[in-house]
Design a protein around this ligand. Structure first.
Ligand code: SAH
Length: 217
């Protein structure tokens, strides 16, 4: 596919997969139109990058389908000034989308080779407002807390307590919670010291592994 065909595929992805499925936030749609998703997958999969399905990114992990990335992003309700923490950098695509919509993205990944590859792509695109860390993200990233938004892109058995503690007030946390097969996509909000939760979708994510997640692969 040529560069302009990738651009066309991306425009089509927004029109066919996002707008009809209630992705309405203009900033989310703009970021999804802008970020070259094909650069976040390996060469052999580039032609499939704009399809309505998840793709493997190596080490048994996957990049979510575009609709799920957009839905989770939209749920954060970003205006532009926020600091956002992501757990599960993976390919870096979700972090890249967020970086176009807020002030700073802090993203934590537990698999070194994935983080190294994601960093390469951020650098090549000059996405300079993304900070990365190799660690167990279920403990959050205390140094830069609190975060206006937190997004977890792997599924765990419960909401990790450190993430709730590192969420600003007001703040929004988006996280898949459930068993290892299926999870509820939950939006947890903190406002005036109160926590509320709602489920917006049923999803299948790879496992969140760590101190406050599942304990093994
Ligand atoms: N947001 C990614 C999705 C990658 S899949 C993207 O846009 O491509 C989820 C990722 O979460 C995997 O790379 C996995 O290694 C990572 N992960 C799982 N448990 C983690 C933990 N405790 N801390 C940090 N990353 C974790």
């Amino acid at each position: 596919m040529s560069a302009s065909n990738f651009d066309k595929a991306r425009a089509w992805m927004v029109e066919e997969q996002l707008i009809p499925r209630s992705i309405r936030d203009p900033k989310t749609l703009e970021a999804m139109r802008e970020v070259p998703r094909h650069l976040f997958v390996e060469e052999a999969l580039k032609n499939q990058a704009y399809g309505d399905f998840p793709l493997p990114i190596g080490r048994g992990q996957t990049i979510s389908k575009p609709y799920i990335v957009a839905l989770m992003t939209q749920a954060l309700g970003l205006k532009g000034h926020e600091h956002v923490l992501e757990i599960g950098t993976g390919s870096g695509y979700q972090a890249a989308i967020l970086s176009r919509m807020c002030e700073k993205v802090y993203t934590v990944e537990r698999i070194d080779s994935l983080l190294v590859q994601a960093r390469k792509v951020f650098d090549s695109l000059h996405y300079l407002n993304i900070l990365t860390k190799l660690d167990d993200g279920t403990n959050g990233w205390p140094e830069y807390a609190p975060y206006d938004g937190i997004i977890v892109t792997a599924g765990g058995p419960k909401v990790p307590l450190p993430l709730l503690e590192q969420l600003a007030d007001p703040g929004t946390l988006v996280i898949p919670v459930g068993d290892r097969g299926v999870q509820d996509l939950r939006v947890v909000t903190k406002k005036d010291g109160e926590i509320t939760e709602k489920t917006i979708e049923y999803v299948r994510f790879v496992s969140l592994i760590g101190d406050h997640g599942w304990h093994n692969d």
